[in-house]
Design a protein around this ligand. Sequence first.
Ligand code: PLP
Length: 390
Amino acid sequence: MIYLDNAATTPLHPKALEAMLPYLTERFGNPSATYSSARHAQKAIDDARKAVAAVLNCRPTDVIFTSGGTESINTALKGVALAQQKARAGNHIVTTTIEHDSALNTCNYLEQFGFEVTYVPVDSHGSVDPEAVASAVTERTVLISVMLANNEVGTIEPVAAIAKLVGERARQLKRRIPVHTDAVQAPGSLDLNVEALGVDLLSLSAHKFGGPKGAGVLFLRRGVPFISQLTGGGQERQRRAGTENVAGIAGQATALTLAEDNRDAYNATCMALRDRLTREVLAVVPDSRLNGHPSERLAANVNISFRGVRGDNLVAALDKAGIAASAGAACGMQTWEPSHVLLAMGLSMPDAVGGLRLTLSAQNTDADVDGVLAVLPGLVQAQRSLAAAR
Ligand SMILES: Cc1ncc(COP(=O)(O)O)c(C=O)c1O
């Protein structure tokens, strides 16, 4: 199999597995217990928190361990919005039209509880204009959420510029307006330094960077208005109750450190493969177009629309040829519909339904690209002939 769906999930890194195994076997103690055999578990969490904080350039106590990206984003958005509502600070949230469903549906949820949400549009590359975000801010705005990189088209958003402009606008309005970024697609490729980004909250999901499924991180800057969403015991300094997923936390921290340490090599390898794959597919397949920003895009992301072809049919045909790819967001695949991201970028319906996403890793090789190039043009042609015969 040629695996080209690394934006959906990545294989567990062997070193992450190694870091996890003791806590799935002999070191099974509850980290809240006080006897000596449980202290291993608490130490593993403490060490993991420090390792994550080193990558994010934040205080270890500002790191909250969660069950994944979806939980981190829910916790960030609901936690801040409800705290701001409680403090009567306002009820307005600013986000964008191309966020992941875990952010968009959380905004929809908050709309049912009296919040108003502005969905800032994007340009044809999927880029958000920082000025547009800043000018959406009002004296009722309580939270901004803009993703660091888009999971479908790979466009990298100008989050640092957004945070800076929002900060200036907030100072004019004499308000504190926290900025959250969904950085789920960024580890291993982009800088996660929260000071450089200027963000107050940042969400990660371990399985996107060689960690296990069911583990995530929420960075929550000290002092940001926040109400815990998971209530119960006092874990995670009262911000996320529930016995910690010790193995997941340990594996996630190891994977994040490795991803950060290997960023340059990863970007160089993936970019070379990405550019060759993109160039050659566009050259040989007529009526194909690259989606997303031509340069400000994730090193691993190729997203191409083939006019007259449905992305899901192409994914099924590629699967038969031993290639794992995606037609859009993996998380919404039960019912197939054109990607909200491609539509938000202004693609016509025929282009939006024909989107194919191929996401690489540093484990892919030129032989994998050869494998795709050997079958993809023919499969597109076959799909087009089938559609024409209908
Ligand atoms: C950009 C982005 N945000 C959030 C998520 C949700 O992460 P998880 O499914 O791990 O909870 C994903 C997963 O695809 C994603 O790509």
